[in-house]
Design a protein around this ligand. Structure first.
Ligand SMILES: Cc1cc2nc3c(=O)[nH]c(=O)nc-3n(C[C@H](O)[C@H](O)[C@H](O)COP(=O)(O)O)c2cc1C
Length: 182
């Protein structure tokens, strides 16, 4: 007897892309947990001109970009044609979707594809980032996203996805993806 899971996401690993932005590697760690469960191709977004290493400097630059709607040019180019399910991962920056992810969603056509956001943040939450993903992917099917607390760079807390936290996030990611039908 064959059981058919009505909730199953109908895709295969070769059609899954996991694209993420990361600075202190927390979002990257979540991306790798997703890959471990669903497979797919991992792509890290890199800028033509990297952000400053200095925290205050990047905060100031991102604030200006957010305010002016600047879309920083990406070095990373991806041919999306073969992918039907695209996970998009990013930290919260200035309570918004980080400018490089705005660039990515602006310069690529994700219409007709399934888009699934995920996020790490310092504890202030996703801000408007998931809403902006939905706005920039208005012709896509958006599934429920996942968010967890990551680093607090302002306080010198950088990478946190280890030890108990890693175990906890792995379980949450597993349950979230199972819920989505993966
Ligand atoms: C420029 C900048 C702005 C940030 N703004 C916020 C924010 O508005 N709210 C928040 O909760 N965390 C904020 N953070 C903290 C990051 O979202 C958090 O440390 C996240 O886990 C970093 O992910 P990453 O390790 O993948 O780079 C900010 C960090 C940076 C560098």
């Amino acid at each position: 007897q064959t059981e058919i899971d009505a909730n199953a996401v109908e895709t295969t690993p070769d059609k899954i892309l996991i694209v993420y932005l990361t600075r202190t590697k927390n979002t990257k760690a979540v991306a790798k947990m997703i890959e471990a469960k669903v497979g797919g191709t991992l792509v890290s977004l890199e800028l033509e001109t990297p952000y400053p290493e200095d925290y205050e400097a990047i905060v100031a630059q991102v604030a200006v970009e957010n305010e002016t709607g600047t879309l920083p040019p990406l070095k990373t180019k991806v041919d999306l044609s073969r992918y039907e399910t695209i996970f998009v991962g990013f930290p919260t920056w200035g309570m918004q979707l980080p400018p490089p992810m705005k660039t990515f969603l602006n310069e690529n056509d994700l219409s007709g594809k399934t888009v699934i956001p995920f996020n790490t943040n310092a504890g202030y939450g996703i801000g408007s980032s998931f809403e902006t993903v939905a706005e920039l992917c208005s012709e896509s099917t958006i599934l429920e996203g996942y968010s967890t607390r990551g680093g607090i760079e302002r306080n010198g807390v950088l990478f946190v996805m280890e030890g108990e936290k890693e175990v906890e996030v792995k379980k949450e990611v597993h349950d979230w993806l199972t819920n989505l039908g993966f």
